[in-house]
Design a protein around this ligand. Sequence first.
Ligand code: MG
Length: 220
Amino acid sequence: MKTVRVRNSEQILQVNKVFCLGRNYLEHAREMKAEIPEAPVVFMKPATALLNDGEDIMRPPISKLLHFEAELVVAIGKTGNRVSPIKAKDFIFGYGIGLDMTLRDVQDEAKRKGLPWTTAKGFDTSGPISEIVPMSQITNRQELSFECRVNSVPRQRGSIKNMIFSPEYIVSFLSFIFTLEEGDLIFTGTPEGVGEVGEGDTIEAELLGYTKITHKVKVA
Ligand code: MG
C-alpha cells in the first residue's frame, strides 16, 4: 500500500483509492477540443502509480508521447458515503499538488476506439504526489493556486477558483457512487498548458505558498 506524508507532521496517510477528474477547467477542455462536461468525468489510477517527491517518472515502452498535467489533489480524511455538498468539507483532510502523467498517444487511441484510459493514465509512476497540507495549515482555501514548470520554464498556472466542479462538489458527487475512505486521493483535473516531456526533462509542480515536488523524466 502506498503512503503520503502530512506537512509539518509525523502523520502518514495510507492511500487506497486514487480518483481523477478529466476536464475540470474550461480552457483545458477547449485545448483538448473536448465538450464542457455536465457531470464530472471520473477515472482512477491504481495506488501503485503514485510517486513520492524526487523519484523518477518513467515513460513505458508502449508510448512515444508523455504529457504532464499538474493538478490540485484532495486528500480524504474520513470514511463516508452519500455526503451532501454542504457536509463535504468535513471529509476533506487537506490538499496537495500532483501530476496526472498521461500517455497521450495511448489515450488518443483509446478515445478513438471507445476504450478505457487505464493504461494511458494508470501506469507505474503516473501519479507523482506531494506531502498533504492539512486544512489546519491552509489559510487561503478560496485562493489556492499552483504552478507547473518544465526545466524551470512556467507552463501551467491553476487556481481553485477556476474549477468547473469545486472540490466539495466532487467529494459529494463521488460519495454517492463510491465509499470514500481516509487517505483516498482525488486529482481534481488540470488547467490549460499541458504538454510533452521526454528524457532528462525536470518537472516541478508547486502548491503556491505550501509545498512542491520535483521529478526527472526517464524513457524506459
Ligand atoms: Mg488530468
